[in-house]
Design a protein around this ligand. Sequence first.
Ligand code: PEP
Ligand code: MG
Length: 579
Amino acid sequence: MILALSGTGVSDGVALGRLHKLSHRELDLPEYHVEDEEIERQVRRLEAASAACESALAAMEAGLPDEARGAAAEMLQVHRLMLRDDTLIGESVRRVRTDGINAEWALDRQAASMRSALERSEDAYLALRSEDLDQIVQLLQRELAQSGAAALAERIPAGLEGTVVLARSLSPAEVAILHQRRVAGVITEHGGTWSHSAILARAYGIPTVMAVKRALRVLREGEWVILDSHYGAVLATEDDGLHGHYGEKVRQLARRSARQARALAVPDRTLDGERFRLFGNAEHAPELTRCVEHGAVGIGLMRTEFLFTETLLPDEETQYQALRTAQAALDGRPLTVRTLDAGGDKLPEALARFDGPNPALGLRGIRLSLALPELFDVQLRAILRASAHGPVRILLPMLTRLDELERARERIAECAEALREEGVSVDPDVQIGGMIETPAAAWMAERFAARLDFLSIGTNDLVQYVLAVDRQDERVSHLFDPSCRAVIELIGRVVRGAAVHQRPVQVCGEMAGDPRMVPVLFGLGVREFSMPPGQLAAVKSRLIRLDAARARREVADDLAVSDSDSVAALCRQLDPGSD
Ligand code: PEP
Ligand code: MG
């Protein structure tokens, strides 16, 4: 019998193991008033708990493996900073003294008041911090509950190696411990792709499926489970055939990623010496760090929709700070910031009035930004201000007309001028690029290239619009074929158009991270690829074994003579063999 559950796969991979449920011991908080002579003892308890948690987190940070250091260390540092910050411990101490209450109660009251301040805040970054606050307060309460310095470790016992761990939810620190325990995979009932724990699970490469509803109720302790995070699937089964199949898949993936990781040390050149450049697609600091660790020469696509949460529109300072955080992670490497691509499937609540009957063809991307110049200016000013601190490129989404580009350029120039008049430094040579993701922009690529510093092909939308296949509609997903000849020919046209004006052209849609497609793109003349960090090693490993001259020849031959709908056969022909 197979029991299949589904959730959100937040980091790629497959795991097979026995299930271990982590108990979620809700803390029973003691709340009582204390006599005067007891007050200083409660203060000392709070201070001791804070010191113990801080050293536990420091020890955890020191023990992090090198490959995940950047992402995990950053999370742990944020938590340590919060512990040191006077607002949490200092104010809780004050509550003990002025309200005459015990340490746990004072901490709980202080946390509640901080939480509501954070939730009221219009600052998206601060709102995110409330998740950190909850986690750090939980840790302190466990410490106060005498569960000792090893409070976390106690919740997560030893001997979990190879198991698939199931929890209601996990804090980033708990994910870090699970990584140290070498668990095979993680399932949670709550959490989503952008939760800190998900970001960390991705950074560690732990196969993880989140938001699996009722998993704690329906899955049994110790039973065999298979987890395929690519599909967000969890299967509980004793079936030997499936175990054999997935066991082999796990071993294959492990062998492959070890081989691919070795490719990272090799120069970015094909077998016959042609250069290429790999960039990352990332938004959050741990992912940006992971891109750098996986050899990205910069960020080719930073989507900014994540800044525009459901209910609020971030101000200039919030956006600027988010970009500064990204720059800090990149250490001087270029950051390509795409202006808001709202609309389509991602329209913040605050802009809901701009929704239309067919969102993919509506007021989307640059159209919306030009329709709301005040909103656009706020974002442009934030990007331009960041440009004074490191290389920044501006990328405009959903271009279809040259006059959209002209109007966007005017706004950029006006914002830069206004900032200079205010005495704010701006890089005078900020590059402006355009997403080539509509058939119109692809067809007119040469004209766009004359007016742009670089082109970036967004194949996700290009495929959708060229093939008239809604990328959101699973009923037509079998028709969403990036290897379709119409798409490939159009990409070739874009590359040629960019070459006329010697403009660099990168591919930043999912196709750039697909090792099967990359040789064909290379053969078409693409030399820059931008992809999620998890794909960098696989793509590089493919490209360093590619015979570039042969790829060019065979792509040209195929485009000249073949009548097949897709270039799938060409992809197989150019596959340099398994890595
Ligand atoms: C694309 O369309 O290929 C792209 C990279 O943009 P998004 O997926 O954000 O639409
Ligand atoms: Mg797009």
